[in-house]
Design a binder for this molecule. Structure first.
Ligand code: AMP
Length: 178
């Protein structure tokens, strides 16, 4: 079912702001109240998937860790496979890795070398777009494997951080923008 504008408003209202978590100055977007509400969780998955026809997506790729929740449910809905992009050192088989800059230091994400086939049509999903470094690194890994990225979808976008700039040339969609 296609979510309506009031559904999106209700989704937004269910996202809890936690000031100064995990460190001072960060306002953490807590999605646990949304996940706990069956109707809103379903509406958020509907909104992430409603513009794709069954069979149009080969794999939904989720980013460690909250991205997994939405990506796995979206994959079930679309009849697609689920593929994890994980933090370095967590995947057991051979991996490609991509390092990206954080405000202080850097981080590395990884994907199994055989996670998607060349030419696979993929939807990349994470809970939140902040500076865009994580999603850009995940997109680079998928491009390395020869995947065709249909869309990068987020439940939440912190627009004031300009993360879309790092995803230039890729179709980006987010449900709730701050
Ligand atoms: P970035 O690479 O800066 O776009 O950060 C995105 C990743 O960090 C996502 O996987 C989010 O889960 C997490 N993240 C960044 N900022 C926040 C925030 N304010 N609230 C919740 N999660 C965040």
């Amino acid at each position: 079912m296609k979510p309506t504008a009031p559904d999106i408003v209700r989704i937004e209202k269910a996202i809890r702001n936690i000031p100064d978590f995990p460190k001072p100055g960060i306002q953490f977007k807590d999605i646990t109240p949304l996940l706990a509400d069956a109707e809103l969780f379903r509406a958020s998955i509907d909104a992430l998937t409603d513009h794709f026809a069954p069979g149009e997506v080969d794999a939904v790729v989720g980013i460690d860790a909250r991205g997994f929740i939405f990506a796995a449910a979206a994959a079930m809905k679309l009849g697609a496979g689920f593929v994890p992009v994980r933090k370095k050192g967590k995947l057991p088989f051979r991996t490609h890795e991509q390092t990206y800059d954080l405000e202080y230091g850097s981080s590395t994400v990884a994907i199994h070398i055989d996670a998607v086939k060349t030419g696979a049509r993929v939807l990349l999903v994470d809970d939140l777009l902040a500076t865009g470094g994580t999603a850009a690194a995940a997109a680079t890994l998928l491009q390395k494997l020869g995947a065709k990225i249909l869309e990068i979808s987020f439940l939440i976008e912190l627009g004031f951080l300009g993360g879309r700039e790092k995803l230039k040339g890729l179709p980006v969609r987010s449900l709730v923008v701050y």
